[in-house]
Design a protein around this ligand. Sequence first.
Ligand code: C2E
Ligand code: MG
Ligand code: MG
Ligand code: MG
Length: 284
Amino acid sequence: SAKEKGRNNYQFFSKDMAFVAARKTALEGDLNRAVINKEFTLHYQPQILAKTGEIIGMEALIRWQKNDGSIVSPGEFIPLAEETRLILPIGEWVLYTACQQAKKWHDDGNSHLKLAVNLSSLQFMHDDLITTIQKVLKTTGFKASSLELEITESVVLDDAEKAISRMQTLREIGVQIAIDDFGTGYSSLSYLKRFPLNNLKIAQPFVQDMATNPRDKSLVEAIIFIAHSLDMSVIAEGVETEEQLALLQDLGCDEIQGFLFSRPLPVAHFTKLLMTGVTPVKVI
Ligand code: C2E
Ligand code: MG
Ligand code: MG
Ligand code: MG
Protein backbone atom coordinates (compact mmCIF):
# COMPACT_ATOMS: atom_id res chain seq x y z
CA SER A 1 0.00 0.00 0.00
CA ALA A 2 0.88 3.61 -0.31
CA LYS A 3 1.16 3.82 3.42
CA GLU A 4 3.67 0.97 3.52
CA LYS A 5 5.63 2.53 0.68
CA GLY A 6 5.64 5.74 2.56
CA ARG A 7 6.96 3.98 5.59
CA ASN A 8 9.63 2.29 3.49
CA ASN A 9 10.64 5.58 2.00
CA TYR A 10 10.81 7.04 5.41
CA GLN A 11 13.05 4.19 6.55
CA PHE A 12 15.35 4.70 3.59
CA PHE A 13 15.41 8.37 4.28
CA SER A 14 16.25 7.93 7.93
CA LYS A 15 18.96 5.36 7.12
CA ASP A 16 20.41 7.86 4.70
CA MET A 17 20.31 10.56 7.30
CA ALA A 18 21.92 8.29 9.86
CA PHE A 19 24.68 7.53 7.37
CA VAL A 20 25.31 11.17 6.63
CA ALA A 21 25.24 12.03 10.32
CA ALA A 22 27.66 9.21 11.15
CA ARG A 23 30.10 10.38 8.48
CA LYS A 24 29.83 13.87 9.81
CA THR A 25 30.39 12.75 13.39
CA ALA A 26 33.44 10.77 12.29
CA LEU A 27 34.86 13.73 10.40
CA GLU A 28 34.09 15.95 13.36
CA GLY A 29 36.09 13.67 15.65
CA ASP A 30 38.93 13.63 13.12
CA LEU A 31 38.84 17.41 12.91
CA ASN A 32 39.02 17.71 16.69
CA ARG A 33 42.08 15.48 16.74
CA ALA A 34 43.57 17.36 13.80
CA VAL A 35 43.44 20.59 15.79
CA ILE A 36 45.14 18.94 18.78
CA ASN A 37 47.74 17.09 16.66
CA LYS A 38 48.35 20.04 14.35
CA GLU A 39 47.72 18.13 11.14
CA PHE A 40 47.30 21.30 9.09
CA THR A 41 49.72 22.96 6.73
CA LEU A 42 49.50 26.05 4.59
CA HIS A 43 50.09 26.30 0.89
CA TYR A 44 50.71 29.63 -0.82
CA GLN A 45 49.47 30.74 -4.23
CA PRO A 46 51.21 33.69 -5.88
CA GLN A 47 49.33 36.82 -6.82
CA ILE A 48 50.72 38.45 -9.94
CA LEU A 49 50.76 42.06 -11.08
CA ALA A 50 48.89 41.91 -14.39
CA LYS A 51 51.03 44.53 -16.13
CA THR A 52 54.46 43.08 -15.34
CA GLY A 53 54.04 39.45 -14.32
CA GLU A 54 55.79 40.21 -11.03
CA ILE A 55 54.83 38.28 -7.87
CA ILE A 56 53.40 40.86 -5.49
CA GLY A 57 51.86 38.63 -2.88
CA MET A 58 50.42 35.27 -1.95
CA GLU A 59 47.23 33.79 -0.58
CA ALA A 60 47.58 31.30 2.27
CA LEU A 61 45.37 28.25 1.73
CA ILE A 62 44.94 25.60 4.38
CA ARG A 63 45.49 21.87 3.79
CA TRP A 64 44.61 19.03 6.13
CA GLN A 65 46.81 16.00 5.78
CA LYS A 66 45.53 13.09 7.85
CA ASN A 67 47.82 10.56 9.51
CA ASP A 68 47.17 8.11 6.68
CA GLY A 69 48.54 10.70 4.23
CA SER A 70 45.21 11.50 2.64
CA ILE A 71 44.37 15.15 2.04
CA VAL A 72 40.99 16.63 2.94
CA SER A 73 40.21 19.76 0.93
CA PRO A 74 39.15 22.94 2.71
CA GLY A 75 35.94 22.88 0.70
CA GLU A 76 34.97 19.82 2.73
CA PHE A 77 36.19 20.65 6.23
CA ILE A 78 35.94 24.44 6.50
CA PRO A 79 32.11 24.38 6.58
CA LEU A 80 32.25 21.71 9.29
CA ALA A 81 34.89 23.70 11.17
CA GLU A 82 32.55 26.68 11.08
CA GLU A 83 29.60 24.65 12.31
CA THR A 84 31.59 23.23 15.23
CA ARG A 85 33.35 26.55 15.88
CA LEU A 86 36.68 24.74 15.49
CA ILE A 87 37.37 27.38 12.84
CA LEU A 88 38.29 29.73 15.70
CA PRO A 89 41.42 27.84 16.86
CA ILE A 90 42.13 26.72 13.28
CA GLY A 91 41.81 30.26 11.98
CA GLU A 92 44.10 31.64 14.65
CA TRP A 93 46.69 29.01 13.75
CA VAL A 94 46.39 29.97 10.07
CA LEU A 95 46.83 33.65 10.81
CA TYR A 96 49.82 33.10 13.08
CA THR A 97 51.55 30.57 10.82
CA ALA A 98 51.03 32.60 7.65
CA CYS A 99 52.29 35.85 9.23
CA GLN A 100 55.31 34.06 10.69
CA GLN A 101 56.17 32.59 7.26
CA ALA A 102 55.54 35.81 5.38
CA LYS A 103 57.78 37.65 7.85
CA LYS A 104 60.59 35.25 6.90
CA TRP A 105 60.04 36.01 3.22
CA HIS A 106 60.08 39.73 4.03
CA ASP A 107 63.33 39.39 5.96
CA ASP A 108 64.89 37.42 3.10
CA GLY A 109 64.59 40.36 0.71
CA ASN A 110 60.96 40.21 -0.37
CA SER A 111 59.56 42.89 1.89
CA HIS A 112 57.14 44.05 -0.83
CA LEU A 113 55.03 40.88 -0.57
CA LYS A 114 51.43 41.14 0.58
CA LEU A 115 49.94 38.23 2.49
CA ALA A 116 46.28 37.34 1.97
CA VAL A 117 44.52 35.24 4.62
CA ASN A 118 40.95 33.92 4.39
CA LEU A 119 38.62 34.57 7.33
CA SER A 120 35.30 32.84 7.84
CA SER A 121 32.30 34.93 8.87
CA LEU A 122 32.36 33.46 12.36
CA GLN A 123 35.99 34.49 12.78
CA PHE A 124 35.42 37.90 11.33
CA MET A 125 32.52 38.69 13.64
CA HIS A 126 34.04 37.09 16.75
CA ASP A 127 34.68 39.46 19.67
CA ASP A 128 38.35 38.45 19.93
CA LEU A 129 39.27 39.15 16.29
CA ILE A 130 40.98 42.50 16.74
CA THR A 131 42.88 41.35 19.84
CA THR A 132 43.95 38.18 18.03
CA ILE A 133 45.21 40.08 15.00
CA GLN A 134 47.13 42.57 17.09
CA LYS A 135 48.66 39.77 19.13
CA VAL A 136 49.69 37.87 15.97
CA LEU A 137 51.21 40.97 14.36
CA LYS A 138 53.12 41.78 17.52
CA THR A 139 54.40 38.24 18.08
CA THR A 140 55.47 37.67 14.49
CA GLY A 141 56.67 41.21 13.79
CA PHE A 142 54.74 41.19 10.52
CA LYS A 143 53.68 44.60 9.14
CA ALA A 144 49.95 45.29 9.42
CA SER A 145 49.99 47.05 6.04
CA SER A 146 51.23 43.86 4.34
CA LEU A 147 48.34 41.80 5.67
CA GLU A 148 45.12 41.50 3.71
CA LEU A 149 42.10 39.71 5.11
CA GLU A 150 39.77 38.01 2.62
CA ILE A 151 36.14 37.89 3.64
CA THR A 152 33.07 36.93 1.66
CA GLU A 153 29.89 38.88 1.16
CA SER A 154 28.15 36.59 3.66
CA VAL A 155 29.77 38.40 6.62
CA VAL A 156 27.26 41.17 6.31
CA LEU A 157 24.22 38.94 6.37
CA ASP A 158 23.94 38.92 10.16
CA ASP A 159 24.83 42.41 11.14
CA ALA A 160 25.99 44.88 8.48
CA GLU A 161 26.62 47.72 10.95
CA LYS A 162 28.88 45.56 13.08
CA ALA A 163 30.70 44.28 9.99
CA ILE A 164 31.35 47.81 8.77
CA SER A 165 32.61 49.05 12.13
CA ARG A 166 34.87 46.00 12.35
CA MET A 167 36.28 46.77 8.90
CA GLN A 168 36.92 50.34 9.97
CA THR A 169 38.83 49.19 13.05
CA LEU A 170 40.95 46.88 10.90
CA ARG A 171 41.68 49.70 8.48
CA GLU A 172 42.74 51.91 11.41
CA ILE A 173 45.23 49.23 12.44
CA GLY A 174 46.48 49.31 8.85
CA VAL A 175 45.23 45.90 7.72
CA GLN A 176 43.78 45.64 4.20
CA ILE A 177 40.45 44.03 3.38
CA ALA A 178 39.42 42.12 0.27
CA ILE A 179 36.05 40.77 -0.73
CA ASP A 180 36.52 37.18 -1.90
CA ASP A 181 34.43 35.43 -4.57
CA PHE A 182 32.82 38.71 -5.53
CA GLY A 183 29.65 38.23 -7.52
CA THR A 184 28.64 34.83 -6.19
CA GLY A 185 27.11 35.90 -2.88
CA TYR A 186 24.64 38.59 -1.96
CA SER A 187 26.50 41.29 -3.82
CA SER A 188 24.91 44.63 -3.42
CA LEU A 189 26.21 47.88 -4.80
CA SER A 190 25.22 49.66 -1.60
CA TYR A 191 27.59 47.40 0.36
CA LEU A 192 30.40 48.29 -1.99
CA LYS A 193 29.72 51.92 -1.25
CA ARG A 194 29.61 51.46 2.51
CA PHE A 195 32.42 48.94 3.05
CA PRO A 196 35.93 50.28 3.52
CA LEU A 197 37.47 47.77 1.09
CA ASN A 198 40.88 47.78 -0.60
CA ASN A 199 40.53 44.91 -2.98
CA LEU A 200 37.87 43.03 -4.83
CA LYS A 201 38.39 39.45 -5.98
CA ILE A 202 36.35 38.50 -9.02
CA ALA A 203 34.95 35.00 -8.50
CA GLN A 204 36.26 32.14 -10.60
CA PRO A 205 33.08 31.36 -12.56
CA PHE A 206 33.10 34.80 -14.25
CA VAL A 207 36.79 34.55 -15.04
CA GLN A 208 36.56 31.04 -16.38
CA ASP A 209 33.70 31.80 -18.75
CA MET A 210 34.77 35.26 -19.89
CA ALA A 211 36.69 34.03 -22.94
CA THR A 212 33.71 32.02 -24.21
CA ASN A 213 30.72 33.98 -22.96
CA PRO A 214 30.41 37.69 -23.85
CA ARG A 215 28.00 38.21 -20.95
CA ASP A 216 30.64 37.06 -18.46
CA LYS A 217 33.16 39.30 -20.13
CA SER A 218 30.78 42.26 -19.82
CA LEU A 219 30.27 41.52 -16.14
CA VAL A 220 34.01 41.32 -15.51
CA GLU A 221 34.48 44.62 -17.35
CA ALA A 222 31.72 46.24 -15.27
CA ILE A 223 33.13 44.88 -11.99
CA ILE A 224 36.58 46.28 -12.82
CA PHE A 225 35.08 49.63 -13.75
CA ILE A 226 33.04 49.88 -10.54
CA ALA A 227 35.96 48.79 -8.35
CA HIS A 228 38.30 51.35 -9.88
CA SER A 229 35.69 54.07 -9.58
CA LEU A 230 35.53 53.32 -5.86
CA ASP A 231 39.33 53.28 -5.49
CA MET A 232 39.61 49.53 -5.08
CA SER A 233 42.00 47.29 -6.90
CA VAL A 234 40.80 44.14 -8.61
CA ILE A 235 42.20 40.64 -8.61
CA ALA A 236 40.90 37.88 -10.87
CA GLU A 237 40.96 34.39 -9.39
CA GLY A 238 41.04 31.09 -11.20
CA VAL A 239 42.90 32.34 -14.27
CA GLU A 240 43.85 29.24 -16.24
CA THR A 241 44.44 30.29 -19.85
CA GLU A 242 46.50 32.78 -21.84
CA GLU A 243 43.30 33.96 -23.41
CA GLN A 244 41.74 34.84 -20.05
CA LEU A 245 44.96 36.60 -19.05
CA ALA A 246 45.05 38.68 -22.23
CA LEU A 247 41.41 39.73 -21.80
CA LEU A 248 41.96 40.67 -18.16
CA GLN A 249 45.07 42.71 -19.01
CA ASP A 250 43.06 44.41 -21.72
CA LEU A 251 40.27 45.28 -19.30
CA GLY A 252 42.74 46.80 -16.83
CA CYS A 253 42.50 44.12 -14.14
CA ASP A 254 45.23 44.84 -11.58
CA GLU A 255 46.19 41.42 -10.28
CA ILE A 256 45.96 37.82 -11.40
CA GLN A 257 45.82 34.58 -9.44
CA GLY A 258 45.41 31.14 -10.97
CA PHE A 259 46.83 27.85 -12.15
CA LEU A 260 48.14 29.59 -15.30
CA PHE A 261 50.94 31.00 -13.15
CA SER A 262 51.01 28.56 -10.28
CA ARG A 263 48.99 26.23 -8.11
CA PRO A 264 49.10 26.81 -4.35
CA LEU A 265 52.54 25.57 -3.24
CA PRO A 266 54.20 24.28 -0.06
CA VAL A 267 56.62 26.72 1.61
CA ALA A 268 59.82 25.35 0.04
CA HIS A 269 58.37 25.47 -3.48
CA PHE A 270 57.03 28.96 -3.01
CA THR A 271 60.44 30.12 -1.75
CA LYS A 272 61.99 28.76 -4.96
CA LEU A 273 59.35 30.48 -7.04
CA LEU A 274 60.27 33.81 -5.43
CA MET A 275 63.77 33.36 -6.82
CA THR A 276 62.82 32.24 -10.32
CA GLY A 277 59.67 34.30 -10.82
CA VAL A 278 56.60 32.99 -12.62
CA THR A 279 55.88 32.34 -16.24
CA PRO A 280 52.51 31.23 -17.58
CA VAL A 281 52.20 27.46 -17.71
CA LYS A 282 49.83 25.31 -19.74
CA VAL A 283 47.11 24.02 -17.46
CA ILE A 284 46.10 20.49 -18.28
P1 C2E B 1 39.18 30.87 -2.02
O1 C2E B 1 39.65 31.69 -0.89
O2 C2E B 1 38.32 31.55 -3.02
O3 C2E B 1 40.49 30.28 -2.66
C1 C2E B 1 40.65 30.03 -4.05
C2 C2E B 1 40.51 28.56 -4.35
O4 C2E B 1 40.62 28.37 -5.76
C3 C2E B 1 41.59 27.67 -3.74
O5 C2E B 1 41.00 26.41 -3.47
C4 C2E B 1 42.59 27.55 -4.89
O6 C2E B 1 43.40 26.40 -4.81
C5 C2E B 1 41.66 27.49 -6.05
N1 C2E B 1 42.29 27.95 -7.29
C6 C2E B 1 43.26 28.88 -7.46
N2 C2E B 1 43.55 29.07 -8.75
C7 C2E B 1 42.73 28.25 -9.46
C8 C2E B 1 42.55 27.98 -10.86
O7 C2E B 1 43.20 28.56 -11.73
N3 C2E B 1 41.59 27.08 -11.19
C9 C2E B 1 40.84 26.42 -10.25
N4 C2E B 1 39.93 25.56 -10.66
N5 C2E B 1 40.98 26.66 -8.91
C10 C2E B 1 41.93 27.55 -8.54
P2 C2E B 1 41.22 25.66 -2.09
O8 C2E B 1 42.62 25.85 -1.61
O9 C2E B 1 40.70 24.27 -2.23
O10 C2E B 1 40.29 26.48 -1.09
C11 C2E B 1 38.90 26.48 -1.23
C12 C2E B 1 38.26 27.48 -0.30
O11 C2E B 1 38.43 27.08 1.06
C13 C2E B 1 38.88 28.86 -0.37
O12 C2E B 1 38.37 29.57 -1.49
C14 C2E B 1 38.44 29.44 0.95
O13 C2E B 1 37.11 29.88 0.89
C15 C2E B 1 38.50 28.23 1.86
N6 C2E B 1 39.77 28.28 2.60
C16 C2E B 1 41.00 27.85 2.24
N7 C2E B 1 41.91 28.08 3.20
C17 C2E B 1 41.23 28.70 4.21
C18 C2E B 1 41.62 29.21 5.51
O14 C2E B 1 42.78 29.20 5.92
N8 C2E B 1 40.61 29.76 6.28
C19 C2E B 1 39.33 29.83 5.84
N9 C2E B 1 38.38 30.38 6.66
N10 C2E B 1 38.94 29.37 4.64
C20 C2E B 1 39.88 28.82 3.83
MG1 MG C 1 40.39 33.52 -0.72
MG1 MG D 1 39.73 33.76 -3.13
MG1 MG E 1 37.67 32.97 -3.98
